[in-house]
Design a protein around this ligand. Structure first.
Ligand code: NIG
Ligand code: FE
Length: 411
């Protein structure tokens, strides 16, 4: 827990007024000629230089001169499949040359090939791979993220992956929110009573063990053709709710299943993907206040229709942006690139994209202390090689993050 004073900030985004119904431009909380003071890891002041008594800052505090540039909260990535082994580069090339994601999965590739490699890897090997990814994520300005299990499929294996996430959390400064994911059915339980037994064991054993061991904050289900049905999704989410876990759903990605309306009905914290969503779904999600986490990297990689952020926002939905970091459909740690795609292809303004990787993503993690620079927030911030917040989505594919601090500690 460190002290850090950032001075000479040209443009500061505070996101201090958190009412999500306000227009995005207002939510940014732009302050020009600003300073930020983080004491023992917590924001004490972030605002106009003229209103700050700089004698409060002890000589011993670390200092950064922002040289008149942009400073924002650290970015929050609300959807990652952080823990996996193996490469699917061959499959990527097959898809580029015309094979579909579903065809590859039916032939035993796709998620199942990552499951094989992940189950064959040691705990230490999985931790090392995840640490490499977290290093890249940090280099793009991401200071907190969600991380799912989902590439083991057996009950014990999914619990092992949650334990690997627990080990990773001890090794890094980024805040990591763990999620137990019901990803797809194992090959030997894809039909009949074996399938029903698996869903029952997922509810009775996996969820119970994740919850009592405090290994997961959330349960997530991938509801789609080739994955879990709507009825199975309901059973798993209801079990999660009984065990005190928050709910997420991979919904309406390839086919429309009704999973987003189910999520709204059950008060899920977030729904993910939403490429094939309808007007009625949007209404239900807006009324429920469920965060709609859009994943431009998956739509880009799989050449799916772009999720329509503009219509979600117009319907009153709360929209977050995530990388969906995974070895198949979105191999990227670059959250600013997701902002670029959201602005260029999905109808979001720069301000809306900024809200999507700060306030809304933090809400998807259930963390009011992240995604903002206001008194009592965690001292996570980025000094950018940019003068104006709109340059971050405009200048795509690179990292403009010059300095990243977590809990006031420069990394
Ligand atoms: O969020 N849609 C399902 N699951 C992942 C992809 C997983 C994979 O292909 O390995 C996703 O896109
Ligand atoms: Fe995903």
């Amino acid at each position: 827990m460190s002290d850090l004073f950032v001075e000479n900030i040209g443009e500061l985004l505070t996101f201090a007024a958190a009412d999500h119904r306000a227009p995005a431009e207002q939510r940014l909380g732009v302050v020009r000629d600003a300073v930020a003071w983080i004491e023992r890891g917590v924001v004490r002041y972030a605002g106009a230089r003229a209103d700050f008594d700089a004698t409060r800052v002890p000589k011993s505090a670390a200092r950064i001169d922002a040289r008149g540039r942009l400073v924002t909260p650290g970015l929050v990535d609300p959807h990652t499949h952080l823990v996996f082994a193996g490469s699917r580069a061959g499959e990527f090339d097959l898809r580029v040359r015309g094979a579909t994601y579903a065809e590859i999965q039916r032939q035993g590739g796709g998620i199942h090939s990552t499951v094989k490699a992940t189950n064959a890897a040691s705990d230490d090997g999985l931790v090392e791979l995840a640490l490499e990814r977290l290093g890249r994520s940090l280099s793009f300005g991401t200071t907190a993220l969600e991380a799912k299990s989902g590439y083991a499929l057996t009950i014990d294996g999914e619990l092992r992956l949650l334990n690997v996430i627990a080990q990773i959390r001890k090794r890094v400064r980024q805040a990591i929110s763990p999620t137990l994911l019901a990803h797809v059915l194992p090959k030997d339980a894809s039909a009949g009573t074996a399938r029903a037994d698996y869903v029952k064991r997922f509810c009775d054993e996996a969820i119970a063990r994740a919850s009592t061991g405090k290994l997961a904050d959330c349960v997530d289900v991938y509801c789609d053709e080739g994955a879990f049905t709507l009825a199975e999704t309901r059973a798993i989410l209801e079990a999660g709710k009984r065990h005190g876990l928050a709910l997420r759903v991979h919904a309406e990605q390839f086919t429309h299943t009704g999973a987003s309306r189910l999520a709204a009905e059950l008060g899920a914290r977030s729904v993910e993907h939403l490429e094939a969503i309808t007007d009625d779904d949007r209404k239900a999600l807006a009324a429920a206040g469920t965060i709609c986490t859009l994943l431009p990297g998956a739509a880009l990689t799989l050449r799916l229709p772009w999720p329509d952020a503009h219509r979600l926002l117009a319907a009153g939905c709360r929209v977050a942006l995530g990388t969906d970091l995974n070895p198949g459909s979105s191999l990227s740690e670059n959250l600013p690139l997701m902002m670029s795609l959201a602005c260029m292809q999905m109808g979001m303004s720069a301000a809306q994209a900024w809200c999507g990787v700060t306030l809304e993503a933090a809400a998807a993690l259930g963390r009011a202390d992240l995604g903002r620079l206001a008194p009592d927030a965690r001292g996570d911030l980025v000094v950018w090689n940019a003068d104006d917040h709109r340059e971050v989505p405009q200048h795509f594919g690179v990292s403009l993050a010059a300095h990243v601090a977590i809990g006031g500690e420069l990394l």
